[in-house]
Design a protein. Sequence first.
Length: 162
Amino acid sequence: MAESQKCLDLRHGNTHFKDEVTQAAGGETLTRCFACGICTGCCPVSEIDNRFRPSSIIQMILLGQKEDLLKSDIIWYCWQCFSCSFHCPQGVKFASIIRVLRYMAVDEGIVSPELMEKVSEIDMSIRHARRKILDFFFDEYRRKGKVPDNIEGLCKKSFGDK
């Protein structure tokens, strides 16, 4: 059977996985998802690697695919840029859900605490770089003592109305 024609076998799904995620700090918004796909459409990682699809990861959680998901390297692809969270019409905090999955993978011994530490270091570096970019962008305006006239439009374009 061709790869695209394989059926998902739910007989071995973990029926409590969704509850585990929603009960963990950061996973509370999971069940708000109605699979619109906006998270995937605005995700910079999805643009680069189509294997990373936030909406598909949420579906895997809802279908109880715990073992497959926690063993997959896909949960480590998220850059934690929060673009998905800013654009989600239902307020699903996907980046927080990814952190829940990462901690579950560590707690269950699927990945080492050392890997989690390294990912945290990379995450902090990315956040620092993002802050530097914003500082660079607004530095000219600070020197002039003026905020761009279109700042509201810039924020809405980047982050939505939230």
